[in-house]
Design a binder for this molecule. Structure first.
Ligand SMILES: Nc1ncnc2c1ncn2[C@@H]1O[C@H](COP(=O)(O)OP(=O)(O)OP(=O)(O)O)[C@@H](O)[C@H]1O
Ligand SMILES: [Mg+2]
Length: 370
């Protein structure tokens, strides 16, 4: 096709299971590739949701790369990482003397992204004041720099991302409803890694090849280790997988093979979980304590579900076909009883990103734990 640029041709020729640098053979990933293909050439606003490390920024970059704007800049703004009062000037620029320390005027990221794409990451962290300003840029491409009176105009495609459930932020009025709908004209939900475990071998291969490209030694992962990788919950998603592989390669053995025995302890299930069922039970003279045995089985089942969900209780409850509140009550009771499960939970690793209890439970902060 004559209208196609080289980038697009390169993408079309790439091996299946990878699209614009995004690895994934799972149907949900294939569906995302199809949306990117269709939406990239348009100016439509896209809202990308997904847990930390799932590849939201990669999706945003792909939308830019495959658009007619690819010759201009792709400008990411990490809204959660910049203090609120600085964020406005970061996004829209400022005039000289706009605030203490503003010794010269400065252009913002929107201007920088003119004719290109701006990627607003962690959009849920944006203050109400900035939400209003953003809404206006979305409507007519206009804004005023901080401390400025002249209106500027830009031609920018806006892509936003969040790992918060924005619907909940809208419900508790932390996030403007009109802005929410204006942003999610096309929503893209990137699944957590634990929901597409079949992609793990592919991601391992892609990452190891990338590390060779960075001058590191060629490694392979033994089948027993791949199995452990596929069972683990990956709370930090693809980022956690990549970081772990880099660590294993850098510290790796001279043979260039990663085996199950080389993996950190938290990847393999705790010993209690691996214990086989105790059936048939040894009743002996005095019989067995029915309730205590049931309790022990429950503990193991819950611990395994929590392991598979990467510590996410909502997801663990789903795996167990329990209501989230039922699981929470069970955990609370077990903690009070001082069960071994509580000990296990107490010493369980923190996910690689900071997740509050509320977030892990999927509760918006303003509501608190139900
Ligand atoms: N499907 C994928 N294929 C290849 N690499 C991936 C994939 N998903 C994520 N990665 C890689 O994992 C790392 C994290 O991805 P990215 O920064 O896009 O995640 P994110 O969803 O934006 O995370 P956060 O919410 O923490 O900002 C990057 O190095 C990225 O290249
Ligand atoms: Mg990101």
């Amino acid at each position: 096709m004559s209208g196609m640029n080289q980038e697009t041709e390169a993408v079309e020729q790439a091996q299946p299971g990878e699209f614009a640098g995004i690895v994934g053979r799972h149907p949900k990933m294939q569906a995302i590739f199809e949306i990117i293909r269709r939406v990239a050439p348009t100016n439509t606003t896209v809202l990308i949701t997904g847990e930390s490390g799932t590849g939201k920024e990669l999706v945003a970059a792909a939308l830019h790369k495959l658009s007619g704007r690819s010759a201009a800049r792709f400008v990411p703004v990490h809204c959660g990482a910049i203090p609120e009062d600085l964020l406005e000037s970061e996004m829209f620029g400022h005039e000289r003397g706009a605030f203490t320390g503003a010794v010269a005027s400065r252009i913002g990221r929107f201007k920088l992204a003119d004719t290109g794409t701006i990627f607003l990451d962690e959009i849920g962290e944006m203050s109400p004041k900035l939400q209003v300003k953003l809404l206006r840029v979305l409507e007519d491409g206009r804004f005023e720099p901080v401390g400025g009176t002249t209106t500027q105009e830009v031609d920018v495609r806006i892509i936003a991302a969040t790992n918060r459930t924005l619907e909940k932020a809208v419900l508790v009025r932390e996030f403007r409803e009109d802005l929410y709908y204006r942003l999610r004209v096309v929503p893209i939900e990137v699944p957590p890694l634990r929901e597409r475990r079949e992609d793990i071998p592919l991601l391992i291969e892609h990452t190891l090849a990338g590390l060779v490209g960075q001058g590191l030694r060629r490694f392979t992962v033994a089948p027993d280790a791949v199995e452990v990788f596929q069972r683990y919950g990956w709370p930090g998603n693809v980022r956690e997988l990549r970081n772990l592989l880099e660590q294993l390669v850098v510290l790796g053995r001279p043979e260039g093979v990663i085996e199950a025995g080389d993996l950190p302890a938290h990847l393999t299930a705790p010993a209690e979980l691996a214990a086989p069922s105790t059936a048939p039970w040894h009743f002996g003279e005095s019989g067995i304590d029915f309730y205590r045995e049931i309790e022990a089985i429950e503990d193991r089942m819950i611990a395994q579900a929590l392991h598979l969900s990467g510590g996410n209780k909502k997801e663990a409850a789903r795996l167990l076909h329990l209501n989230r509140t039922t699981l929470l009550e069970k955990l609370k009771r077990k903690r009070q009883l001082g069960s071994p499960l509580a000990a296990l939970l107490g010493e369980s690793r923190r996910p690689t990103r900071a997740v509050s209890m509320d977030e892990a439970l999927g509760v918006p902060p303003a509501l608190g734990v139900a």
